[in-house]
Design a protein around this ligand. Sequence first.
Ligand SMILES: [Zn+2]
Length: 446
Amino acid sequence: MPLKTYWLEHAWLGTHVEPGVALEVTAEGRIGALRTGVETPPPGAEVLRGLTVPGLANAHSHAFHRALRGTVQVGSGTFWTWRDQMYKVAQNLTPESYFALARAVYAEMALAGITNVGEFHYVHHAPGGARYADPNAMGEALIEAAAAAGIRITLLDTAYLSAGFGEAPNSHQLRFSDGTAEAWAERASALRPREHALIGAAIHSVRAVPAAELATVAGWADERRAPLHVHLSEQTAENDACLAAHGRTPTQLLADHGVLGPRTTGVHNTHLTDTDVALLGGTTTGTCMCPTTERDLADGIGPATRLQHAGSPLSLGSDSHAVIDLLEEARAMELNERLRSRTRGHWTANALLTAATEDGHAALGLPDAGRLEVGALADFTTIALDSVRTAGPPARLGAETAVFAATASDVRHTVVGGRHVVRDGAHTLVEDVPSALAESIAALRA
Ligand SMILES: [Zn+2]
């Protein structure tokens, strides 16, 4: 007996758009049955008009960066001057204010069709580095915020121990540091997964974790078969400093210390040598591209096509939340490559949607999500095909329309574990998401 039946006017099934699909949800929140050729809604079914796709996976997020939106667009500078502004916001976070902000940000994500967020979390301690009574108070606030916003979270608890190669953390970074990788592992081990939350690990970057400590973090993740993420070669300055300190590239350094592998994802992977690309691809290490952030921070364009051809699966993230729109991330990856190569069609719409769904979930430790198929988690989102942006193309080209023309504003429904979190464009748990964002961001500025 299904808990609930949805009738999907059109469903993207990975390779094509299928009209008229009945989807049954089990009591466990999984897809129990999927019937095609169902021309009219079965009695009692909830009707989802538009194109239903698997839930979108936001594989790279720093929730508090949402407080920087707009304010960091005044003036000029580089990644490094942007980082100074970001550190100022980080200083004001408390477990309470971070819960309020993250709940609002994750609600914005639900409204954008995102059903799972990979939160790359490094603001662990109080300003100056004092431990909270619960040393995981900040991480717990993020886990609770995801529950309050109705989405899943993979908390990628991040080791951040140094300011640079051989440099102690600066005053801002004292909040991020556990002192040693051993101490990081002890704290992270106290985090417990929940029904909506997985625990993974992250190495902030080769700048922030000394080479001798990389294997401790990698070993922790390996023991738990947990996802392990790492910011990799986003800036050429990181490559130069790593070459100066260790005589090898960041990718080579990670390879030498056992960090690469199929459960590892390099975030950005922007400035790579041919050897780096071969190492990442050859170890099936994933690549998370964050095109709207990479363009916002003037990082450069990473070699995503070459990485994928070498064997690196691609996922997508909104990272600094300059915008939160996974459809925009997907098309930006393709459009960046068009600008660089002056040719079109590096990825099909199906391939871009796969990065935003199935491969994004796999990068976050959820291989049983991101597909509309029996047994998978009942996480999906419906994109309007009759909005001012999406009206016109035939429904069989729904994937192309969704990826190349729709925006987050076209998300009509979001369902997580069979539960309707966004209905007709409105969040069902957070009544007024814009006010929740405005108030929680204003509180940080006060
Ligand atoms: Zn990041």
